[in-house]
Design a protein around this ligand. Structure first.
Ligand code: FAD
Length: 397
């Protein structure tokens, strides 16, 4: 691993957690000649087995595209997003005309993204990736941090950046779960994603990339699109729906989707994720900074968690890179990082906390506000444009 070419501080940055955010940060730092060591408790095979489908905004695709070449068959473009609510008038369609770009974003499986980022990190001279190695704790001193590792000698670094998500310690089980599955759906155009608010919780249909290991049979139904389901609900509903037959679950989906044309014709590869939600008050503790899910673990409504985490990484890498190039102690950058991330975090945390409850309630005035909100989004192009830009690029000044 190479030392920084122009910085006085020759200690590397320790990145705790080699999930998508930690690995992206390492690659962004490497572009600025800042060396890092990434520690992850999982093997790459364990990470690759995660089949959740991630919707990435255009901003995130641009960030990742500057670092790695994501395989074409592992991604599917999103050109249109339809937002609607069960039992409500009003339906908003966000598309190319609202954002001035051919696509709004794209999808990729978590495991495929990790594979591409890991390959790029392993090949980079500024990055050392140490897997199947658990971080136990971090000891801080005025000028460095010491990372305590399971079964290995401690490691000294200039900074510790926690990208550990929820970490490895047991956390209180959440009350909500997401059911995920691969579907075949007729009556929908390729490249369309749907966010449908049901009384149980938000339900997303996302275009699946062609590389899919599930049992979805290509061309089994002519005109059917392969899509991924992410349906959030209480644990009680998830328990009940987890044991339904495929046919019974397809029927329930049909009722919730409501659209006359839209029909789920097959369902495979069911899975379930606990939905934790938490956000740290402080992003920085002396020489430790938190980003991605370690900073904020969000409800997956509107697919914002990773997108926000990647924006954390872009800002942090820019600041550390500038300090390192100037020969300054990179700790100086951490305070600016916490300040710069305040508005974007606040907006997205508030959106993901309030939207599911806002769309779930049957209270009549809120139901009316919901319909008016969706209609306004459908009818007022400026509002739609601003909403789309928030989801694609976050809060920018
Ligand atoms: C069902 C579902 C659907 C989602 N859909 C979307 C979506 O469409 N769009 C979107 O933007 N986001 C989505 N998200 C959120 C997204 O998955 C997360 O925001 C993203 O994975 C966060 O990445 P991360 O690298 O911060 O954390 P993680 O992905 O949690 O990675 C953390 C890493 O740290 C490692 N680690 C933890 N503790 C230790 C330790 N002590 N020592 C060493 N290593 C450690 C772990 O092994 C892991 O590799 C979804 C989430 C769920 C559950």
């Amino acid at each position: 691993m190479t030392s920084p070419s122009n910085g006085k501080n020759s200690m590397p940055v320790a990145i705790l957690g080699g999930g998508p955010v930690g690995l992206t940060l390492a690659l962004l730092l490497a572009k600025r000649s800042v060396p890092s060591v990434v520690f992850d408790a999982r093997s790459v095979e364990q990470a690759n087995a995660d089949r959740r489908l991630l919707a990435l905004s255009l901003g995130s695709l641009q960030t990742l595209g500057s670092l790695v070449e994501l395989p074409g068959d592992a991604q599917a473009p999103i050109r249109t997003v339809i937002v609607s609510s069960v039992g409500q008038f009003g339906r908003a369609v966000i598309g190319e005309r609202d954002v001035g770009s051919e696509i709004l974003g794209g999808t990729i499986r978590y495991g495929d993204l990790i594979a591409a980022l890991s390959d790029a990190a392993e090949a980079n001279e500024f990055i050392s990736v140490r897997r199947s190695l658990k971080v136990l704790s971090v000891r801080q001193s005025p000028s460095s941090v010491q990372i305590e590792l399971q079964g290995e000698l401690p490691f000294t670094a200039a900074l510790a950046i926690s990208a550990e998500g929820l970490g490895t310690e047991p956390v209180e089980p959440p009350s909500q779960s997401a059911l995920i599955a691969d579907l075949e759906v007729t009556g929908i155009e390729r490249g369309t994603a749907c966010e449908r608010f049901t009384r149980d919780g938000p339900l997303a249909l996302l275009p699946l990339p062609t590389r899919t290991a599930s049992g979805a049979k290509s061309g089994a139904n002519s005109g059917a699109q392969k899509m991924a389901l992410v349906w959030c609900m209480s644990n009680a509903q998830a328990d009940r729906r987890s044991v339904l037959t495929d046919g019974a679950l397809i029927d329930e989906l049909g009722t919730q989707l409501g659209e006359r044309k839209l029909r789920v014709t097959s369902l495979h590869a069911r899975n379930r994720f606990p939905l934790h939600q938490r956000a740290r008050d402080e992003l920085v503790e002396h020489r430790i900074a938190y980003l991605g899910n370690a900073a904020q673990t969000l409800h997956p409504v509107a697919g914002q968690g990773l997108n926000l985490g990647l924006r954390d990484g872009v800002v942090l890498a820019e600041l550390i890179g500038a300090d390192s190039a100037a020969g300054n102690d990179p700790m100086q950058s951490l305070h600016s990082y916490a300040q710069s991330r305040r508005a974007d975090r606040a907006a997205i945390v508030a959106l993901t906390r309030t939207a599911p409850a806002f769309f779930a309630t049957r209270f009549a005035p809120i139901a009316l506000a919901r319909s008016i909100g969706l209609t306004a989004l459908a009818l007022v192009p400026n509002l739609r444009r601003e909403f789309a830009r928030l989801l694609m690029f976050g809060v920018r000044f």
